[in-house]
Design a protein around this ligand. Structure first.
Ligand SMILES: [Zn+2]
Length: 282
């Protein structure tokens, strides 16, 4: 479990959660689309399989030009992203560099890389640029395989995103597994609240998630943990927040703004109006 680090000002970006290459930012925003759409209410990226990430224990290490997911189940987590060649491509664009006890994937449309490693690995293994001995990468699409028509179609279903919105959604994903040092909030992998944090809501698996919008206006709706206040706190925390992000609670939902973009957070479907899956800005 990541802990936030007191003493690191978010204005300095020293926490590193948002300081990354444009390719990494684009990848993280796209992963957010996959992870935060699930269930029958979910927008089309629910079919990519990345929503299953939350059922595995994991934490994230977002670096400047790299992203590593640490987990007890590297194989299973890798298959939330890349699917075996024989199966229908799920999350569009993943190609496998190396698949052993660690996994190295490259995402063709963005050019960004993702590593998946066991939490107990004694050193960073997943930065390999070529297959390690015993790699099972041949089960997956090869790095020189161009985008398929189906992958192109899937990517085309993702609405256009402004630069500010891309920062906001990438930052949302990067903060999926944080716990405040003072125990005032946690995002808990969108699954379980750490014992030191007191949440209003518990995990409700059947309710699903919806992340949708276009250009500058986005909404995220889900059921159960984490509390919307926790998600807003993660994005605006004085130590690990997204520099420049601010949250406002209008009584029905919390709206987080960053630059020209807004993200409306509504953690309870029962009190939230359904999110329109239109991509036309209103
Ligand atoms: Zn390797």
């Amino acid at each position: 479990m990541d802990l936030t680090h007191p003493g690191i000002g978010r204005g300095s970006s020293l926490h590193g959660l948002d300081h990354c290459t444009p390719t990494q930012r684009a990848l993280r925003a796209l992963i957010a689309m996959g992870v935060f759409n699930d269930g029958y209410r979910g927008a089309p990226p629910r079919g990519w399989g990345a929503h299953r990430l939350i059922v595995y224990g994991f934490h994230l290490s977002p670096r400047y030009d790299d992203l590593v997911i640490f987990t007890d189940s590297p194989d299973n987590v890798a298959r939330c992203f890349a699917s075996w060649r024989a199966k229908r491509p799920a999350f569009p664009g993943w190609r496998a560099v190396c698949v052993t006890t660690h996994v190295r994937l490259v995402h063709l449309p963005t050019g960004a890389v993702l590593g998946v490693e066991a939490v107990d690995s004694d050193r960073r293994r997943s930065q390999c640029a070529s297959p390690c001995p015993g790699s099972r990468h041949a089960k997956y699409m090869a790095t020189d395989a161009p985008l398929t028509e189906e992958e192109d179609t899937e990517l085309g279903a993702v609405p256009p995103m402004s630069a500010s919105a891309s920062m906001l959604l990438a930052g949302l994903f990067a903060r999926m597994t944080l716990t405040a040092a003072d125990g005032s909030w946690a995002t808990g992998g969108w699954f379980s609240c750490p014992p030191e944090v007191s949440a209003r809501r518990s995990f409700v698996p059947e309710t699903g998630r919806v992340l949708w919008g276009s250009h500058d206006r986005w909404s995220l709706s889900w059921g159960g943990f984490p509390d919307a206040e926790f998600v807003a706190a993660a994005l605006t925390d004085p130590h690990v927040g997204l520099a420049g992000a601010a949250a406002h609670d209008d009584g029905r939902a919390i709206v987080v703004r960053y630059g020209t973009a807004s993200l409306t957070l509504a953690e309870d479907f029962r009190v939230s109006p359904p999110i329109s899956l239109s991509t036309t800005p209103d």
